[in-house]
Design a protein around this ligand. Structure first.
Ligand SMILES: Cc1cc2nc3c(=O)[nH]c(=O)nc-3n(C[C@H](O)[C@H](O)[C@H](O)COP(=O)(O)OP(=O)(O)OC[C@H]3O[C@@H](n4cnc5c(N)ncnc54)[C@H](O)[C@@H]3O)c2cc1C
Length: 305
């Protein structure tokens, strides 16, 4: 016997509670439009997944001015510039002087925590840990999300607009028929070897370094956790890199006459991140719209995972 689905009606149905899906749901709420978000992972799993660390000025303004939370301003770190370092010689780019704006160091998982809390505070409908998500009837007046809730209830979410905010590996873009969809895709012949480590920051702002040994990015996550990368082959084997070898490789890519030394600490995460660019055409199919990584990813801020 086919189990009956519980019908949920909303104006906008959103697949994915990443920054794109939750921010959209929050902005729709501010505009008086209701939405339902479905997410396959748990709140805590997303809150504990390390990804982005740097927010552009416009993103910070949107978070603060739309009333998400001011934590980005109190717990994040304002960076008024950045350093480009060639063959060990640093050149500071002063964002404030050049364009009167800063970027902010504030991890994506904290952005998620703030957005999720804002949705909860405002009575938003976000359903975590759903399974078997399908999206159907996209070209009709009433597209639908079908899924099973965390407690096993089969749902049919009927909406006017359906939004695919399900990231670069999501299902939504694949619902656009192949004779209509163009996948504009470039896979780069290099990757970034990324580490997370427990250490103080090596410099007050980010350092993008290039030398005869290759590229490195000395980035940050918090006062006690740092993010660093060096460019590598996409087929690089993590097991070939013990901590000592990683520190030596990073250090030689930033070495210079000013004697800059990396602050070392326990490395607790190592990942090889292949790079790609992707734009889906079209971004709208019937009454479905693609937002965020579901529609487009552009390095260096969007390594493939
Ligand atoms: C290592 C790394 C470092 C990065 N650094 C930066 C940076 O410094 N600055 C920057 O701006 N960007 C950075 N990025 C990119 C940034 O993380 C992404 O652009 C961002 O996460 C995209 O947000 P999104 O909401 O579109 O997608 P996602 O964050 O991927 O969210 C999509 C959500 O959809 C859910 N989902 C997927 N399929 C389904 C389904 N079938 N049903 C229900 N839910 C589903 C997923 O579980 C996920 O939670 C980085 C990325 C990585 C991997």
């Amino acid at each position: 016997m086919v189990k009956e689905r519980t019908i949920v009606e909303t104006q906008v149905g959103i697949v994915g509670a990443g920054p794109a899906g939750l921010m959209l749901s929050h902005l729709l709420y501010k505009a008086g439009i209701d939405s339902v978000v479905v997410e396959k992972r748990s709140h805590d799993e997303i809150a504990n997944t390390h990804r982005a660390g740097i927010l552009e000025a416009g993103t910070v303004k949107m978070l603060v001015e739309s009333g998400v939370d001011g934590r980005v301003l109190t717990e994040g770190h304002e960076h008024e510039g950045t350093t480009l370092r060639f063959e060990g010689v640093s050149h500071r780019i002063d964002f404030q002087k050049l364009v009167g704006e800063s970027v902010w160091l504030y991890p994506q998982n904290e952005v998620f925590v703030d957005l999720a809390a804002a949705r909860k505070r405002d009575g938003g409908d976000v359903r975590y840990e759903v399974t078997d998500t399908q999206i159907v009837d996209l070209t009709s007046e009433q597209p639908k999300i079908l899924c099973t809730s965390a407690d096993g209830e089969d749902l049919e979410i009927r909406c006017k607009i359906l939004v695919g905010a399900d990231g670069s590996k999501g299902i939504s873009k694949r619902q656009i028929p192949e004779d209509i969809r163009t996948d504009n895709f470039i896979e780069y012949p290099f990757a970034w070897f990324g580490i997370l480590c427990e250490a103080p920051a090596s410099a007050p702002e980010l350092i993008y370094a290039n030398s005869e040994h290759g590229f490195a990015l000395i980035s940050q996550r918090s006062d006690t956790v740092q993010r660093m990368y060096f460019q590598c082959d996409p087929n690089e084997n993590i097991d070939d890199w013990d901590d000592e070898r990683i520190w030596a490789e990073l250090q030689r890519r930033i070495d210079g006459p000013d004697g800059l030394q990396l602050q070392r600490g326990k490395i607790f995460d190592k990942t090889v991140l292949p790079f790609r660019s992707y734009v889906c055409e079209p971004l709208r199919y019937g009454n479905m719209f693609l937002v965020g990584d579901a529609g487009h990813t552009v390095p260096p801020t969007a390594p493939r995972v």
